[in-house]
Design a protein. Sequence first.
Length: 638
Amino acid sequence: MCGIFGFVGFEDNQLLRRMADVLVHRGPDDEGFFTSGRLSMGMRRLSIIDLAGGSQPIFNEDKTLAVCFNGLIYNYIELVEELEHLGHRFATRSDTEVIVHAYEQWGIDCVDHFNGMFAFALYDIPNRDLFLARDRVGQKPLYYYYREGRFLFASEIKALLESDHVSAEPNPAAIDGYLTLRYTPQPQTFFKHINVLPAGHRLRLTNDCDLQIDRYWGVTIDTGSVGSTSRDDESDYVAELEALFLDSIELTMRSDVPVGAYLSGGIDSSLIVAAMCNFADSINTYSLGFNSPIDESEQARTLAKRLGTNHHEVNVTPQDFDLLPKAVWHMDRPLGDPLIIAYYKLAEAASRDVKVVLAGEGADELFAGYSFHNISKWTERYSQIVPAFLNKAVFVPLLSAVPVPVLNKLFNYPASLGRKGKQKTVDFLYHYHDRSLSENYVALRSLWDAEDRAAIYTKTYGDKQSDEWIHQSKEFEGPFLDRLLKLQFDDWLQDNTLLRQDKNTMAHSLELRLPFLDHRLIEFAFRLPSKWKLRGLTDKVIEREVARKFLPPENVKRPKNPFYLPIEFFYEHPTIDELIKMTLDEERVRKRGYFKPEAVRRLREQMQTGEFVYVKQVLSLVILELWHMLFIDREQLW
Protein backbone atom coordinates (compact mmCIF):
# COMPACT_ATOMS: atom_id res chain seq x y z
CA MET A 1 0.00 0.00 0.00
CA CYS A 2 2.83 2.43 0.84
CA GLY A 3 6.46 2.96 1.63
CA ILE A 4 7.43 4.34 5.03
CA PHE A 5 10.74 5.77 6.20
CA GLY A 6 12.30 7.90 8.91
CA PHE A 7 15.21 8.58 11.22
CA VAL A 8 16.10 9.66 14.76
CA GLY A 9 19.24 11.09 16.32
CA PHE A 10 20.63 13.44 13.67
CA GLU A 11 19.62 16.21 11.29
CA ASP A 12 19.52 16.06 7.51
CA ASN A 13 17.17 18.56 5.90
CA GLN A 14 17.04 16.73 2.56
CA LEU A 15 17.06 13.09 3.67
CA LEU A 16 13.28 12.65 3.90
CA ARG A 17 12.99 13.99 0.37
CA ARG A 18 15.61 11.57 -0.94
CA MET A 19 14.06 8.60 0.87
CA ALA A 20 10.62 9.49 -0.53
CA ASP A 21 11.94 9.78 -4.07
CA VAL A 22 13.65 6.38 -4.06
CA LEU A 23 10.42 4.73 -2.82
CA VAL A 24 8.03 6.47 -5.22
CA HIS A 25 7.16 3.13 -6.85
CA ARG A 26 5.61 1.95 -3.58
CA GLY A 27 3.27 4.94 -3.45
CA PRO A 28 2.86 7.15 -6.52
CA ASP A 29 -0.42 8.75 -5.39
CA ASP A 30 0.61 10.92 -2.43
CA GLU A 31 3.32 11.66 0.10
CA GLY A 32 3.51 13.00 3.63
CA PHE A 33 6.20 14.10 6.10
CA PHE A 34 6.39 14.71 9.82
CA THR A 35 9.13 16.14 12.04
CA SER A 36 9.04 16.53 15.80
CA GLY A 37 12.22 17.28 17.70
CA ARG A 38 14.69 14.46 17.11
CA LEU A 39 12.40 12.43 14.84
CA SER A 40 11.62 12.78 11.14
CA MET A 41 9.43 10.33 9.24
CA GLY A 42 7.42 10.12 6.06
CA MET A 43 5.59 7.95 3.58
CA ARG A 44 4.66 7.44 -0.06
CA ARG A 45 1.03 6.44 -0.52
CA LEU A 46 -0.74 4.01 -2.83
CA SER A 47 -4.38 5.02 -2.30
CA ILE A 48 -6.62 2.00 -1.69
CA ILE A 49 -8.93 2.87 1.25
CA ASP A 50 -10.49 6.34 1.77
CA LEU A 51 -8.94 7.75 -1.38
CA ALA A 52 -9.65 11.37 -0.48
CA GLY A 53 -9.18 11.37 3.28
CA GLY A 54 -6.45 8.86 4.04
CA SER A 55 -3.35 11.05 3.59
CA GLN A 56 -0.60 10.38 6.11
CA PRO A 57 0.78 10.94 8.67
CA ILE A 58 -2.46 10.48 10.58
CA PHE A 59 -2.95 11.69 14.16
CA ASN A 60 -5.15 10.95 17.14
CA GLU A 61 -7.68 13.48 18.49
CA ASP A 62 -5.23 15.71 20.36
CA LYS A 63 -2.37 15.18 17.91
CA THR A 64 -0.09 13.56 20.48
CA LEU A 65 0.37 10.46 18.30
CA ALA A 66 1.41 10.34 14.65
CA VAL A 67 1.58 7.26 12.43
CA CYS A 68 3.04 6.36 9.02
CA PHE A 69 1.69 3.05 7.80
CA ASN A 70 2.29 0.49 5.07
CA GLY A 71 -0.30 -2.23 4.51
CA LEU A 72 -3.94 -2.77 5.39
CA ILE A 73 -5.78 -3.51 8.62
CA TYR A 74 -8.44 -5.79 7.16
CA ASN A 75 -10.72 -5.64 10.20
CA TYR A 76 -10.61 -1.85 10.45
CA ILE A 77 -14.40 -1.46 10.10
CA GLU A 78 -15.02 -3.68 13.12
CA LEU A 79 -12.26 -1.92 15.09
CA VAL A 80 -13.67 1.52 14.30
CA GLU A 81 -17.02 0.42 15.70
CA GLU A 82 -15.37 -1.00 18.84
CA LEU A 83 -13.16 2.03 19.42
CA GLU A 84 -15.96 4.51 18.83
CA HIS A 85 -17.99 2.64 21.43
CA LEU A 86 -15.03 3.15 23.80
CA GLY A 87 -15.13 6.90 23.19
CA HIS A 88 -12.63 7.49 20.39
CA ARG A 89 -13.44 9.97 17.61
CA PHE A 90 -12.40 9.32 14.01
CA ALA A 91 -11.65 12.05 11.46
CA THR A 92 -11.24 9.80 8.40
CA ARG A 93 -12.53 6.56 6.92
CA SER A 94 -9.00 5.22 6.60
CA ASP A 95 -7.80 2.00 8.17
CA THR A 96 -4.62 3.86 9.10
CA GLU A 97 -6.42 5.93 11.72
CA VAL A 98 -7.37 2.74 13.57
CA ILE A 99 -3.71 2.36 14.59
CA VAL A 100 -3.42 5.58 16.60
CA HIS A 101 -6.71 5.03 18.44
CA ALA A 102 -5.89 1.37 19.10
CA TYR A 103 -2.54 2.46 20.53
CA GLU A 104 -4.33 4.98 22.77
CA GLN A 105 -6.59 2.20 24.01
CA TRP A 106 -4.25 -0.79 24.29
CA GLY A 107 -0.70 0.55 24.04
CA ILE A 108 1.84 -1.66 22.28
CA ASP A 109 -0.59 -4.58 22.57
CA CYS A 110 -2.70 -2.90 19.88
CA VAL A 111 -1.05 -5.25 17.37
CA ASP A 112 -2.90 -8.18 18.95
CA HIS A 113 -6.17 -6.63 17.75
CA PHE A 114 -5.13 -6.17 14.11
CA ASN A 115 -5.99 -8.64 11.38
CA GLY A 116 -3.90 -7.57 8.45
CA MET A 117 -0.60 -7.03 6.76
CA PHE A 118 1.31 -4.09 8.13
CA ALA A 119 4.50 -2.29 8.96
CA PHE A 120 4.07 1.01 10.75
CA ALA A 121 5.93 3.69 12.67
CA LEU A 122 4.05 5.43 15.46
CA TYR A 123 5.53 8.36 17.36
CA ASP A 124 4.40 9.34 20.85
CA ILE A 125 5.16 13.07 20.69
CA PRO A 126 5.02 14.04 24.40
CA ASN A 127 7.07 11.01 25.53
CA ARG A 128 9.35 11.01 22.46
CA ASP A 129 8.95 7.26 22.01
CA LEU A 130 9.05 5.62 18.58
CA PHE A 131 7.11 2.38 18.14
CA LEU A 132 7.55 0.14 15.08
CA ALA A 133 5.68 -3.08 14.40
CA ARG A 134 5.43 -5.67 11.66
CA ASP A 135 2.55 -8.03 10.92
CA ARG A 136 2.46 -11.57 12.28
CA VAL A 137 3.71 -13.33 9.16
CA GLY A 138 5.87 -10.63 7.57
CA GLN A 139 3.83 -9.69 4.53
CA LYS A 140 5.12 -6.12 4.68
CA PRO A 141 8.88 -5.51 4.99
CA LEU A 142 10.63 -3.25 7.48
CA TYR A 143 14.37 -2.63 7.79
CA TYR A 144 16.38 -0.63 10.30
CA TYR A 145 19.87 0.71 11.02
CA TYR A 146 20.98 1.48 14.58
CA ARG A 147 24.50 2.62 15.24
CA GLU A 148 26.29 5.37 17.13
CA GLY A 149 23.05 6.90 18.39
CA ARG A 150 21.48 7.07 14.93
CA PHE A 151 18.38 5.08 14.05
CA LEU A 152 16.87 4.82 10.57
CA PHE A 153 13.98 2.70 9.28
CA ALA A 154 12.33 2.11 5.90
CA SER A 155 10.22 -0.28 3.86
CA GLU A 156 13.18 -0.88 1.55
CA ILE A 157 16.92 -0.86 2.17
CA LYS A 158 17.59 1.47 -0.75
CA ALA A 159 15.91 4.26 1.24
CA LEU A 160 18.29 3.71 4.17
CA LEU A 161 21.24 3.98 1.79
CA GLU A 162 20.18 7.54 0.97
CA SER A 163 21.67 8.60 4.31
CA ASP A 164 25.31 9.65 4.42
CA HIS A 165 25.55 7.77 7.72
CA VAL A 166 24.67 4.38 6.20
CA SER A 167 27.33 2.85 3.99
CA ALA A 168 26.60 0.33 1.28
CA GLU A 169 29.01 -2.16 2.80
CA PRO A 170 28.41 -5.82 1.96
CA ASN A 171 27.91 -8.35 4.73
CA PRO A 172 30.18 -11.29 3.79
CA ALA A 173 28.60 -13.52 6.44
CA ALA A 174 25.36 -13.51 4.44
CA ILE A 175 26.79 -15.34 1.44
CA ASP A 176 26.96 -18.81 2.99
CA GLY A 177 23.28 -18.73 3.86
CA TYR A 178 22.42 -17.29 0.45
CA LEU A 179 24.19 -20.04 -1.50
CA THR A 180 22.57 -22.68 0.67
CA LEU A 181 19.00 -21.40 0.75
CA ARG A 182 18.94 -18.82 -2.10
CA TYR A 183 18.02 -16.14 0.42
CA THR A 184 19.51 -14.52 3.52
CA PRO A 185 18.20 -15.84 6.87
CA GLN A 186 16.81 -12.99 8.95
CA PRO A 187 17.42 -10.79 10.83
CA GLN A 188 20.61 -10.11 8.89
CA THR A 189 20.68 -8.65 5.39
CA PHE A 190 23.38 -8.42 2.74
CA PHE A 191 24.43 -5.05 4.17
CA LYS A 192 26.52 -4.64 7.30
CA HIS A 193 24.62 -2.98 10.15
CA ILE A 194 21.22 -3.17 8.39
CA ASN A 195 18.72 -5.63 9.85
CA VAL A 196 15.21 -6.86 9.22
CA LEU A 197 12.59 -6.39 11.91
CA PRO A 198 11.35 -9.99 11.91
CA ALA A 199 7.72 -10.90 11.38
CA GLY A 200 5.53 -10.80 14.47
CA HIS A 201 7.96 -8.44 16.22
CA ARG A 202 7.67 -4.91 17.56
CA LEU A 203 10.39 -2.37 18.29
CA ARG A 204 10.54 0.56 20.68
CA LEU A 205 13.12 3.32 20.61
CA THR A 206 12.78 5.27 23.85
CA ASN A 207 13.66 8.91 24.48
CA ASP A 208 17.08 7.88 25.84
CA CYS A 209 17.79 5.85 22.65
CA ASP A 210 17.23 2.48 24.30
CA LEU A 211 16.28 -0.04 21.60
CA GLN A 212 13.87 -2.81 22.67
CA ILE A 213 12.66 -5.59 20.37
CA ASP A 214 10.26 -8.35 21.32
CA ARG A 215 8.11 -10.96 19.60
CA TYR A 216 4.38 -10.59 20.10
CA TRP A 217 3.19 -13.52 17.92
CA GLY A 218 4.52 -16.77 16.55
CA VAL A 219 3.32 -20.10 15.25
CA THR A 220 2.36 -22.40 18.12
CA ILE A 221 2.17 -26.15 17.66
CA ASP A 222 -0.85 -27.65 19.39
CA THR A 223 -1.89 -31.30 19.41
CA GLY A 224 -5.25 -30.55 21.03
CA SER A 225 -8.66 -30.23 19.43
CA VAL A 226 -9.44 -27.68 16.77
CA GLY A 227 -11.67 -24.68 17.21
CA SER A 228 -15.12 -25.31 18.57
CA THR A 229 -15.12 -29.07 18.12
CA SER A 230 -13.22 -31.98 19.61
CA ARG A 231 -14.86 -34.63 17.43
CA ASP A 232 -12.63 -36.41 14.97
CA ASP A 233 -15.14 -35.77 12.19
CA GLU A 234 -14.01 -34.42 8.86
CA SER A 235 -17.18 -32.41 8.33
CA ASP A 236 -16.49 -30.39 11.51
CA TYR A 237 -12.99 -29.49 10.40
CA VAL A 238 -14.08 -28.71 6.86
CA ALA A 239 -16.96 -26.49 7.99
CA GLU A 240 -14.71 -24.49 10.28
CA LEU A 241 -12.02 -24.05 7.64
CA GLU A 242 -14.60 -23.03 5.04
CA ALA A 243 -16.07 -20.37 7.36
CA LEU A 244 -12.63 -18.95 8.20
CA PHE A 245 -11.52 -18.99 4.58
CA LEU A 246 -14.63 -17.23 3.23
CA ASP A 247 -14.40 -14.60 5.95
CA SER A 248 -10.74 -14.03 5.04
CA ILE A 249 -11.67 -13.67 1.36
CA GLU A 250 -14.34 -11.10 2.18
CA LEU A 251 -11.96 -9.13 4.41
CA THR A 252 -9.11 -9.12 1.89
CA MET A 253 -11.46 -7.86 -0.82
CA ARG A 254 -12.23 -4.68 1.14
CA SER A 255 -11.14 -1.86 -1.13
CA ASP A 256 -12.21 1.42 -2.69
CA VAL A 257 -10.54 0.35 -5.95
CA PRO A 258 -11.00 -2.79 -8.12
CA VAL A 259 -9.48 -6.06 -6.86
CA GLY A 260 -8.08 -8.77 -9.15
CA ALA A 261 -6.33 -12.09 -8.57
CA TYR A 262 -3.43 -14.23 -9.71
CA LEU A 263 -4.69 -17.52 -11.12
CA SER A 264 -2.51 -20.55 -11.81
CA GLY A 265 -3.65 -24.08 -12.51
CA GLY A 266 -3.14 -25.02 -8.85
CA ILE A 267 -5.77 -25.47 -6.18
CA ASP A 268 -4.81 -22.49 -3.98
CA SER A 269 -5.33 -19.61 -6.39
CA SER A 270 -8.21 -21.47 -8.06
CA LEU A 271 -10.04 -21.74 -4.75
CA ILE A 272 -9.43 -18.06 -4.00
CA VAL A 273 -10.83 -16.91 -7.35
CA ALA A 274 -13.84 -19.22 -7.07
CA ALA A 275 -14.58 -17.81 -3.60
CA MET A 276 -14.11 -14.22 -4.82
CA CYS A 277 -16.88 -14.80 -7.33
CA ASN A 278 -19.27 -14.93 -4.35
CA PHE A 279 -18.46 -11.31 -3.52
CA ALA A 280 -17.87 -9.63 -6.91
CA ASP A 281 -19.49 -9.74 -10.35
CA SER A 282 -16.41 -9.03 -12.45
CA ILE A 283 -12.86 -10.11 -11.62
CA ASN A 284 -9.63 -9.69 -13.57
CA THR A 285 -7.36 -12.74 -13.31
CA TYR A 286 -3.72 -13.15 -14.37
CA SER A 287 -1.67 -16.26 -15.06
CA LEU A 288 1.92 -17.03 -16.02
CA GLY A 289 3.08 -19.21 -18.88
CA PHE A 290 6.55 -20.29 -20.02
CA ASN A 291 5.85 -21.99 -23.38
CA SER A 292 7.42 -25.12 -21.95
CA PRO A 293 6.31 -28.64 -20.91
CA ILE A 294 5.54 -27.39 -17.37
CA ASP A 295 3.17 -24.66 -18.56
CA GLU A 296 -0.14 -24.63 -16.65
CA SER A 297 -1.66 -21.65 -18.45
CA GLU A 298 -4.18 -23.85 -20.27
CA GLN A 299 -5.62 -25.13 -16.98
CA ALA A 300 -5.86 -21.55 -15.68
CA ARG A 301 -7.53 -20.43 -18.91
CA THR A 302 -10.10 -23.22 -18.72
CA LEU A 303 -11.02 -22.45 -15.12
CA ALA A 304 -11.18 -18.70 -15.78
CA LYS A 305 -13.64 -19.34 -18.60
CA ARG A 306 -15.75 -21.53 -16.34
CA LEU A 307 -15.76 -18.94 -13.54
CA GLY A 308 -16.39 -16.07 -15.95
CA THR A 309 -13.37 -13.93 -15.11
CA ASN A 310 -11.69 -11.41 -17.37
CA HIS A 311 -8.53 -13.44 -17.87
CA HIS A 312 -5.05 -12.28 -18.92
CA GLU A 313 -2.04 -14.45 -19.76
CA VAL A 314 1.56 -13.37 -19.28
CA ASN A 315 4.28 -15.34 -21.05
CA VAL A 316 7.89 -15.36 -19.88
CA THR A 317 10.54 -15.83 -22.55
CA PRO A 318 14.35 -16.04 -22.47
CA GLN A 319 14.50 -12.43 -23.73
CA ASP A 320 12.89 -11.38 -20.44
CA PHE A 321 16.20 -12.05 -18.68
CA ASP A 322 16.99 -8.47 -19.66
CA LEU A 323 14.65 -7.61 -16.75
CA LEU A 324 16.76 -9.44 -14.18
CA PRO A 325 18.82 -6.39 -13.09
CA LYS A 326 15.62 -4.40 -12.47
CA ALA A 327 14.10 -7.26 -10.49
CA VAL A 328 17.26 -7.60 -8.37
CA TRP A 329 17.27 -3.85 -7.69
CA HIS A 330 13.71 -4.01 -6.41
CA MET A 331 14.53 -7.03 -4.21
CA ASP A 332 17.17 -5.00 -2.27
CA ARG A 333 19.05 -8.22 -1.63
CA PRO A 334 19.81 -11.22 -3.82
CA LEU A 335 17.17 -13.92 -4.11
CA GLY A 336 18.85 -16.77 -5.93
CA ASP A 337 16.01 -17.80 -8.20
CA PRO A 338 15.35 -16.31 -11.66
CA LEU A 339 11.63 -16.86 -10.98
CA ILE A 340 11.68 -13.25 -9.73
CA ILE A 341 11.56 -12.26 -13.42
CA ALA A 342 8.22 -14.05 -13.83
CA TYR A 343 6.72 -12.38 -10.77
CA TYR A 344 8.01 -9.02 -12.00
CA LYS A 345 6.26 -9.45 -15.36
CA LEU A 346 3.07 -10.77 -13.78
CA ALA A 347 2.81 -7.76 -11.47
CA GLU A 348 3.54 -5.38 -14.32
CA ALA A 349 0.67 -6.83 -16.35
CA ALA A 350 -1.82 -6.79 -13.46
CA SER A 351 -0.96 -3.19 -12.54
CA ARG A 352 -2.31 -2.00 -15.89
CA ASP A 353 -5.85 -2.92 -14.81
CA VAL A 354 -6.03 -3.02 -11.00
CA LYS A 355 -4.34 -1.71 -7.88
CA VAL A 356 -4.97 -4.81 -5.74
CA VAL A 357 -4.53 -8.54 -6.40
CA LEU A 358 -5.16 -11.62 -4.26
CA ALA A 359 -2.86 -14.64 -4.46
CA GLY A 360 -2.49 -18.11 -2.92
CA GLU A 361 0.84 -17.87 -1.08
CA GLY A 362 0.74 -19.48 2.35
CA ALA A 363 -1.53 -22.41 1.59
CA ASP A 364 1.37 -24.80 0.91
CA GLU A 365 2.96 -23.83 4.22
CA LEU A 366 -0.32 -24.33 6.08
CA PHE A 367 -1.47 -27.60 4.58
CA ALA A 368 1.81 -29.24 3.49
CA GLY A 369 1.59 -28.70 -0.24
CA TYR A 370 5.24 -28.90 -1.26
CA SER A 371 6.76 -32.15 -2.48
CA PHE A 372 9.50 -31.98 0.15
CA HIS A 373 6.83 -32.21 2.87
CA ASN A 374 5.85 -35.67 1.64
CA ILE A 375 9.47 -36.65 1.05
CA SER A 376 10.35 -35.60 4.59
CA LYS A 377 7.38 -37.41 6.10
CA TRP A 378 8.17 -40.72 4.40
CA THR A 379 11.91 -40.39 5.06
CA GLU A 380 11.20 -39.82 8.74
CA ARG A 381 9.03 -42.95 8.88
CA TYR A 382 11.72 -44.89 7.04
CA SER A 383 14.35 -43.71 9.56
CA GLN A 384 12.25 -44.98 12.46
CA ILE A 385 12.10 -48.46 10.93
CA VAL A 386 15.54 -48.85 9.37
CA PRO A 387 18.56 -48.48 11.71
CA ALA A 388 21.29 -46.04 10.69
CA PHE A 389 23.92 -48.74 10.08
CA LEU A 390 21.57 -50.69 7.80
CA ASN A 391 20.60 -47.55 5.94
CA LYS A 392 24.25 -46.69 5.20
CA ALA A 393 25.42 -50.24 4.50
CA VAL A 394 22.53 -51.53 2.38
CA PHE A 395 19.83 -49.07 1.31
CA VAL A 396 22.00 -46.10 0.35
CA PRO A 397 24.17 -48.26 -1.95
CA LEU A 398 20.97 -49.63 -3.51
CA LEU A 399 19.68 -46.09 -4.09
CA SER A 400 23.02 -45.15 -5.64
CA ALA A 401 22.57 -47.93 -8.18
CA VAL A 402 19.14 -46.70 -9.31
CA PRO A 403 19.33 -45.00 -12.75
CA VAL A 404 18.45 -41.30 -12.81
CA PRO A 405 15.36 -41.74 -15.08
CA VAL A 406 13.90 -44.25 -12.60
CA LEU A 407 14.68 -41.98 -9.65
CA ASN A 408 12.96 -39.07 -11.40
CA LYS A 409 9.66 -40.96 -11.27
CA LEU A 410 9.78 -40.97 -7.48
CA PHE A 411 9.71 -37.17 -7.30
CA ASN A 412 6.93 -34.78 -8.19
CA TYR A 413 9.21 -32.35 -9.95
CA PRO A 414 9.09 -31.39 -13.64
CA ALA A 415 12.86 -31.04 -14.12
CA SER A 416 15.20 -34.01 -14.27
CA LEU A 417 17.31 -34.54 -11.17
CA GLY A 418 20.38 -35.32 -13.25
CA ARG A 419 23.51 -36.86 -11.81
CA LYS A 420 24.09 -33.94 -9.47
CA GLY A 421 20.54 -34.08 -8.16
CA LYS A 422 20.83 -37.82 -7.65
CA GLN A 423 24.05 -37.33 -5.69
CA LYS A 424 22.33 -34.80 -3.41
CA THR A 425 19.46 -37.24 -2.85
CA VAL A 426 21.82 -40.08 -1.93
CA ASP A 427 23.78 -37.81 0.44
CA PHE A 428 20.58 -36.65 2.09
CA LEU A 429 19.52 -40.20 2.90
CA TYR A 430 23.03 -41.24 3.97
CA HIS A 431 23.28 -38.49 6.61
CA TYR A 432 19.63 -38.40 7.64
CA HIS A 433 20.03 -40.24 10.96
CA ASP A 434 22.98 -38.02 11.94
CA ARG A 435 21.19 -34.71 11.60
CA SER A 436 18.50 -32.80 13.50
CA LEU A 437 15.21 -31.95 11.84
CA SER A 438 16.34 -28.38 11.10
CA GLU A 439 19.61 -29.64 9.58
CA ASN A 440 17.74 -32.15 7.40
CA TYR A 441 15.31 -29.40 6.41
CA VAL A 442 18.20 -27.26 5.21
CA ALA A 443 19.97 -30.19 3.52
CA LEU A 444 16.90 -31.22 1.54
CA ARG A 445 16.27 -27.73 0.22
CA SER A 446 19.84 -26.53 -0.24
CA LEU A 447 21.05 -25.49 -3.68
CA TRP A 448 24.72 -25.54 -2.70
CA ASP A 449 25.62 -28.15 -0.10
CA ALA A 450 28.61 -27.75 2.22
CA GLU A 451 31.02 -29.50 -0.18
CA ASP A 452 29.89 -27.34 -3.10
CA ARG A 453 30.39 -24.16 -1.11
CA ALA A 454 33.80 -25.21 0.19
CA ALA A 455 34.93 -26.05 -3.34
CA ILE A 456 34.05 -22.65 -4.80
CA TYR A 457 35.25 -20.28 -2.04
CA THR A 458 38.68 -18.72 -2.24
CA LYS A 459 40.83 -19.68 0.73
CA THR A 460 40.85 -16.12 2.09
CA TYR A 461 37.10 -15.81 1.91
CA GLY A 462 36.28 -19.41 2.84
CA ASP A 463 38.20 -19.11 6.12
CA LYS A 464 35.81 -16.34 7.16
CA GLN A 465 32.66 -18.33 6.50
CA SER A 466 30.66 -20.07 9.21
CA ASP A 467 27.60 -22.28 8.90
CA GLU A 468 26.62 -21.75 12.54
CA TRP A 469 23.26 -20.40 11.33
CA ILE A 470 22.43 -23.94 10.12
CA HIS A 471 23.18 -25.52 13.48
CA GLN A 472 21.36 -23.06 15.71
CA SER A 473 18.77 -24.81 17.86
CA LYS A 474 15.45 -24.81 16.02
CA GLU A 475 13.82 -27.84 17.55
CA PHE A 476 10.22 -27.85 18.76
CA GLU A 477 7.92 -30.26 20.49
CA GLY A 478 4.97 -31.71 18.61
CA PRO A 479 4.12 -33.81 15.55
CA PHE A 480 6.88 -34.17 12.97
CA LEU A 481 4.95 -32.47 10.16
CA ASP A 482 4.01 -29.44 12.25
CA ARG A 483 7.60 -29.00 13.37
CA LEU A 484 8.67 -29.06 9.72
CA LEU A 485 6.00 -26.51 8.77
CA LYS A 486 7.00 -24.23 11.65
CA LEU A 487 10.58 -24.21 10.40
CA GLN A 488 9.27 -23.11 7.04
CA PHE A 489 7.10 -20.38 8.55
CA ASP A 490 10.02 -18.95 10.48
CA ASP A 491 12.33 -18.45 7.49
CA TRP A 492 11.36 -19.65 3.99
CA LEU A 493 7.96 -17.95 3.99
CA GLN A 494 9.23 -14.61 5.28
CA ASP A 495 12.68 -14.43 3.70
CA ASN A 496 11.81 -15.78 0.27
CA THR A 497 8.16 -16.21 -0.70
CA LEU A 498 6.69 -13.04 0.80
CA LEU A 499 9.70 -10.87 0.06
CA ARG A 500 9.75 -11.60 -3.66
CA GLN A 501 6.01 -11.01 -3.94
CA ASP A 502 5.93 -7.73 -2.00
CA LYS A 503 8.92 -6.23 -3.79
CA ASN A 504 7.75 -7.26 -7.26
CA THR A 505 4.17 -6.07 -6.82
CA MET A 506 5.21 -2.79 -5.20
CA ALA A 507 7.72 -2.26 -8.02
CA HIS A 508 4.60 -1.67 -10.12
CA SER A 509 2.52 0.11 -7.44
CA LEU A 510 0.36 -2.98 -6.99
CA GLU A 511 -0.89 -4.21 -3.61
CA LEU A 512 -0.80 -7.97 -2.98
CA ARG A 513 -3.14 -9.61 -0.46
CA LEU A 514 -2.88 -13.20 0.75
CA PRO A 515 -6.11 -14.65 2.21
CA PHE A 516 -4.47 -17.89 3.40
CA LEU A 517 -2.22 -15.88 5.74
CA ASP A 518 -5.04 -14.63 7.93
CA HIS A 519 -3.63 -15.41 11.39
CA ARG A 520 -6.86 -17.21 12.34
CA LEU A 521 -6.32 -19.65 9.46
CA ILE A 522 -2.70 -20.15 10.49
CA GLU A 523 -3.65 -20.90 14.09
CA PHE A 524 -6.36 -23.28 12.90
CA ALA A 525 -3.91 -25.13 10.64
CA PHE A 526 -1.38 -25.62 13.43
CA ARG A 527 -4.05 -27.07 15.69
CA LEU A 528 -5.19 -29.41 12.94
CA PRO A 529 -4.07 -33.06 13.17
CA SER A 530 -1.42 -33.90 10.58
CA LYS A 531 -3.61 -36.45 8.81
CA TRP A 532 -5.83 -33.61 7.58
CA LYS A 533 -2.82 -32.13 5.76
CA LEU A 534 -1.01 -35.19 4.40
CA ARG A 535 -2.75 -38.52 4.01
CA GLY A 536 -0.89 -41.20 2.09
CA LEU A 537 0.45 -39.39 -0.99
CA THR A 538 -2.34 -36.78 -0.97
CA ASP A 539 -1.44 -33.29 0.16
CA LYS A 540 -3.73 -30.49 1.41
CA VAL A 541 -6.41 -32.99 2.37
CA ILE A 542 -8.69 -30.54 4.15
CA GLU A 543 -8.23 -27.77 1.58
CA ARG A 544 -9.26 -30.17 -1.17
CA GLU A 545 -12.38 -31.05 0.82
CA VAL A 546 -13.35 -27.38 1.02
CA ALA A 547 -12.57 -26.96 -2.68
CA ARG A 548 -15.15 -29.61 -3.64
CA LYS A 549 -17.87 -26.99 -3.03
CA PHE A 550 -16.27 -24.43 -5.33
CA LEU A 551 -14.24 -26.16 -8.05
CA PRO A 552 -14.67 -28.86 -10.71
CA PRO A 553 -13.37 -32.33 -9.73
CA GLU A 554 -10.37 -32.08 -12.07
CA ASN A 555 -9.15 -28.97 -10.25
CA VAL A 556 -9.69 -30.52 -6.81
CA LYS A 557 -7.78 -33.67 -7.69
CA ARG A 558 -4.96 -32.06 -9.65
CA PRO A 559 -1.61 -32.70 -7.93
CA LYS A 560 0.60 -29.73 -7.22
CA ASN A 561 2.94 -28.91 -10.06
CA PRO A 562 5.96 -27.15 -8.53
CA PHE A 563 6.05 -23.56 -9.78
CA TYR A 564 9.46 -22.65 -11.12
CA LEU A 565 11.03 -20.98 -14.13
CA PRO A 566 12.10 -23.79 -16.51
CA ILE A 567 15.60 -22.45 -16.96
CA GLU A 568 16.82 -25.77 -18.35
CA PHE A 569 14.85 -24.89 -21.52
CA PHE A 570 16.21 -21.32 -21.64
CA TYR A 571 19.84 -21.30 -20.56
CA GLU A 572 21.40 -21.53 -24.04
CA HIS A 573 19.57 -18.43 -25.30
CA PRO A 574 21.91 -15.54 -26.30
CA THR A 575 20.28 -13.12 -23.80
CA ILE A 576 21.08 -15.44 -20.90
CA ASP A 577 24.48 -16.37 -22.27
CA GLU A 578 25.48 -12.69 -22.47
CA LEU A 579 24.24 -12.08 -18.94
CA ILE A 580 26.36 -14.97 -17.64
CA LYS A 581 29.41 -13.77 -19.52
CA MET A 582 29.04 -10.24 -18.15
CA THR A 583 28.55 -11.19 -14.50
CA LEU A 584 30.82 -14.23 -14.26
CA ASP A 585 33.69 -12.93 -16.33
CA GLU A 586 36.89 -14.45 -14.94
CA GLU A 587 38.50 -11.09 -14.13
CA ARG A 588 35.34 -9.83 -12.43
CA VAL A 589 35.13 -12.99 -10.29
CA ARG A 590 38.78 -12.64 -9.32
CA LYS A 591 38.39 -8.98 -8.28
CA ARG A 592 35.28 -9.72 -6.22
CA GLY A 593 37.35 -12.17 -4.22
CA TYR A 594 34.68 -14.57 -2.99
CA PHE A 595 35.01 -17.44 -5.46
CA LYS A 596 37.81 -19.22 -7.27
CA PRO A 597 37.68 -18.20 -10.95
CA GLU A 598 38.60 -21.72 -12.05
CA ALA A 599 35.76 -23.19 -9.94
CA VAL A 600 33.25 -20.80 -11.49
CA ARG A 601 34.58 -21.62 -14.96
CA ARG A 602 34.21 -25.33 -14.26
CA LEU A 603 30.65 -24.83 -13.05
CA ARG A 604 29.76 -22.95 -16.24
CA GLU A 605 31.11 -25.89 -18.22
CA GLN A 606 29.04 -28.33 -16.16
CA MET A 607 25.98 -26.20 -16.84
CA GLN A 608 26.30 -27.10 -20.51
CA THR A 609 25.08 -30.60 -19.64
CA GLY A 610 21.69 -28.97 -19.00
CA GLU A 611 21.45 -30.49 -15.53
CA PHE A 612 18.97 -28.52 -13.48
CA VAL A 613 21.13 -28.12 -10.35
CA TYR A 614 24.13 -26.77 -12.26
CA VAL A 615 22.01 -24.28 -14.19
CA LYS A 616 20.37 -23.06 -10.97
CA GLN A 617 23.76 -22.74 -9.24
CA VAL A 618 25.13 -20.61 -12.08
CA LEU A 619 22.08 -18.35 -12.05
CA SER A 620 22.39 -17.90 -8.28
CA LEU A 621 25.94 -16.58 -8.83
CA VAL A 622 24.69 -14.30 -11.61
CA ILE A 623 22.07 -12.78 -9.30
CA LEU A 624 24.62 -12.35 -6.50
CA GLU A 625 26.97 -10.48 -8.82
CA LEU A 626 24.16 -8.32 -10.21
CA TRP A 627 23.35 -7.28 -6.64
CA HIS A 628 26.98 -6.26 -6.07
CA MET A 629 27.09 -4.34 -9.33
CA LEU A 630 23.89 -2.45 -8.51
CA PHE A 631 24.27 -1.75 -4.79
CA ILE A 632 28.00 -1.87 -4.05
CA ASP A 633 29.53 -0.69 -7.35
CA ARG A 634 26.50 1.53 -8.14
CA GLU A 635 26.57 0.55 -11.82
CA GLN A 636 23.72 1.56 -14.11
CA LEU A 637 22.51 -1.65 -15.78
CA TRP A 638 19.47 -0.28 -17.64
